[in-house]
Ligand binder design. Structure first.
Ligand code: GLN
Length: 495
């Protein structure tokens, strides 16, 4: 019999529907794989019973001849940023340790309604702040990938590093991610999987622990483009509980998949050729152009002149919003409370936040309060908002000349855990190619582009017009078909 953990979303859904295997068999296989991969530290908590109960419900529906949902029988990993009723939700922070929500996030509820089950809550950078999954209170996540000839632990990327590690290690067929400034795309690129951040507003933010509300977007991370299309359809949709939710029907992205790019124009932004970008990344970008040309597309040069200001603007806007969003963790309403002997209210706030937030979170709160302070608001925050508008305008102009944009996802492949910790600016540079699309709210996807000379995965990024996830998925599919990415990490974590 096939090893069920080798199957992705579509293969599981179709196999369950056809009766090739039961949803329970799938859930049992993945639950066992999760247990055997504890060394990766991908999960903060596991929920095998949730996966089994969802599977049994699907098997019963099938036996009764009832219709099955888009994700029927597929057990997934849930980034621990989504509130899950009755299951601890921490955002990988100490301050939320032990917080068990009374409610379910809209995105996770949509997935359960579509027939998915939950293997557990996935580790991440604390409050989704980070690019390496080293800021979690619950420990680093190790990438399943290692450099050829080395057993140094590598970063799975961040902040959705538990998600990327779990999917790449085949202990989950798919996982949810969130992307504020690259946190779906960069971890996908580092681990040889696919992930799409849809247009801002496609997926409800209701019940997602907020980092930077004007940027946060949920999306799927899976082994291939088709699986991402299926899962995004299940996740997306208008939600009256989120004021920024898009009131638009969810397109049938899976049915619309078409790798024939005849008549499509692919823009190559000249400003993305930046110093510090690895030669092999530039080479894979060139290769990507050739693949898309082969798929029928015309390649055009475009300019996104404000690119170099995007990252600094992001690192003002995101911390500003974070400092405001994180004000709610005060020791009164959620999770941790530190109440030193004789402490007053202010002392309790300070002690709780000092003990509950990690260093990176504190750094962001400090930056955020600084740039929002009366004396500096105009100099930093207002300026950053203007830059954001210019970045969005660059894209709008570029999309008069092309249908999608092709770029690298990251300037380098994965790096060893611990190697960038002392240097926040180098860490922030990981997102230099991801952040512009985030500021502009555009759909953007990373797909595997092959392995570098060290045997580590590289990703290519496709960026699209607002609401045009379909073109992003289709160009990504054209790349996927030409890359034929079949490499898998050695299962060192099982020994
Ligand atoms: N790495 C970026 C940051 O630390 C992006 C994080 C994200 O997208 N959640 O802010």
């Amino acid at each position: 019999m096939t090893d069920l953990t080798e199957l992705g979303v579509k293969a599981i859904r179709d196999g369950v529907a056809a009766g090739d295997f039961t949803a329970r068999e799938v859930a049992e296989a993945f639950n066992a794989a999760v247990d055997a991969a504890a060394a990766l530290n991908a999960f903060i908590v596991t929920t095998p019973d949730h996966a089994l109960a969802a599977a049994d419900a699907i098997d019963a529906r099938r036996a009764a001849g009832e219709p099955l949902g888009k994700m029927a029988g597929v057990p997934i990993g849930m980034k621990d940023l989504f509130a899950t009723r009755g299951v601890q939700t921490t955002a990988a922070s100490h301050i939320l340790e032990g917080f068990v929500p009374e409610y379910e996030s809209t995105v996770s509820q949509n997935l359960w309604n579509a027939g998915a089950g939950m293997l557990g809550k996935l580790n991440l950078d604390q409050f989704a702040m980070g690019s390496s999954n080293e800021t979690s209170y619950f420990g680093n996540v190790s990438s399943p990938w290692q450099k050829a000839g080395s057993n140094a632990a590598m970063s799975p990327g961040g902040s959705s590093g538990g998600s990327s590690a779990a999917v790449a290690a085949r202990i989950a067929p798919a996982a949810t991610g969130t992307d504020t400034g690259g946190s779906i795309r960069q971890p996908a690129a580092f681990t040889g999987i696919s992930g799409i951040k849809p247009t801002y507003g496609r997926c409800s933010r209701w019940g997602v622990v907020a980092f930077a509300s004007s940027l946060d977007q949920a999306g799927p991370m899976a082994r291939d483009v088709t699986d991402c299309a299926i899962m995004l359809e299940a996740m997306a949709g208008f939600d009256p509980k989120d004021a920024t939710s898009l009131d638009l029907p969810v397109p049938e992205w899976e049915a619309g998949l078409d790798p024939d790019l005849k008549g499509k124009r692919v823009g190559i932004p000249r400003e993305y050729r930046q110093d510090g970008t690895d030669d092999e990344i530039i080479a894979s970008w060139e290769q990507g152009k050739a693949w898309l040309r082969d798929a029928g597309a015309e390649i055009v040069d475009i300019s996104l002149p404000h690119t170099k200001y995007a990252l600094p603007a992001y690192y003002i806007i995101a911390p500003a919003e974070a400092s405001s969003n994180l004000a709610r963790y005060d020791g009164v309403r959620y999770g941790l409370r530190e109440l030193p002997e004789g402490a007053g209210l202010q002392d309790m706030y300070a002690a709780t936040r000092a003990a509950g937030f990690g260093d990176e979170v504190k750094r962001r709160v400090l930056i955020g309060t600084y740039v929002l302070s009366a004396g500096f608001y105009d100099a930093y925050y207002t300026q950053a908002q203007k830059v954001r508008a210019l970045v969005a305008q660059d894209f709008a102009r570029a999309f008069e000349q092309c249908d999608v944009i092709l770029a690298p996802t990251t300037p380098t492949a994965s790096f060893p855990l611990g190697s960038l910790n002392e240097d926040p600016l180098t860490m922030y540079l990981n997102d230099v190619f991801a952040v512009p699309a985030s500021l502009a709210g555009l759909p953007a996807m990373s797909v595997p582009a092959g392995l570098n000379r060290d045997g580590l995965p590289l990703g290519l990024q496709v960026i699209g017009r607002p609401f045009d996830e379909q073109s992003v998925l289709n160009a990504s599919l054209a790349i996927e078909q030409r890359v034929g990415f079949a490499a898998k990490p050695d299962r060192w974590w099982q020994s």
